[in-house]
Design a protein around this ligand. Sequence first.
Ligand code: SF4
Ligand code: SF4
Length: 299
Amino acid sequence: MKEMLRDYARSIGLTLFGVASAERFDGLPKNVHPASILPEVRSVIVIGADIPRGNYRGVEEGTLWNFASKYLDQRLVLDMARTIEQQTHFEAVPYLAHFPKVAPRSRPVAPDRPMYNVTINLEYAAVAAGLGEISLLGQLLTPQYGNRNALGVILTELELEPDPIFAGTLCDGLACGECIAVCPARSINPDKTVTIDICGRQTVLAEINYNLCRLCPNGAAPDFINKVGQEELMVEFSGNQPKIVETSTALTRRNVPNIATAVCARTCLNHLEKTGRLTQKYVNPFRDGEPWRLETWER
Ligand code: SF4
Ligand code: SF4
């Protein structure tokens, strides 16, 4: 069954497919746990497609602000969920969410439920499904495409063989630090990192001043696609950092801008390609000089 679903995913243009068992989410709080959405969840399927490298070109040249989102087109997520249900007769929940104002906002619907719009962390799910690792910048890195990934998540009652956790290393962390060095706003603090365990992988995330990223003129954009609703309910910031509270953990940082095409992320992509880490190769390098950069006040 798993191979049939993988083949179907490939047939509709998906280039990433991985399966995590529900157990790989054990220990996560209710407000980010797949079982809060589907209590009988047995498998979490992560599908995705590479964002074309050309989609970064306009911003890299500073001439066209191409849009790039880490969220897969929802029609593909629905298509995959529909196929799982039709082929297996098990329920398959596409992880999509309505605008916050649609749901009751005053309290959870029952005392034993978390607040509405439980947030599945895409990057965590992808690591749990064996697709790659999370970088110092908090992006998913895959061995095929680096940080050029658009992802979708499906929760299902169907039991599938989980994929092995990715065992390689793509991000060299502070030993690389190119994303830190290139940021004109010095938003990434090399002296403050948090290490989290994801399915046995020690993942180091840098503390990032997202207030500065919001003003970044170097390719960052407001994240109007990636919001799934719960964000509206929270007071997210303590000082200039996202608050790490019950509803906002290191893995579910809210209201972060979309940095997919920002100079930090483009520099990371360039680094991964230059050092030969990625299996998807190109005839010409992504970058052949210094990137353009603007100071925040030049926005
Ligand atoms: S540039 Fe990329 S690989 Fe290097 S430290 Fe930053 S996130 Fe890691
Ligand atoms: S988005 Fe801009 S300000 Fe934020 S880390 Fe990247 S380059 Fe720096």
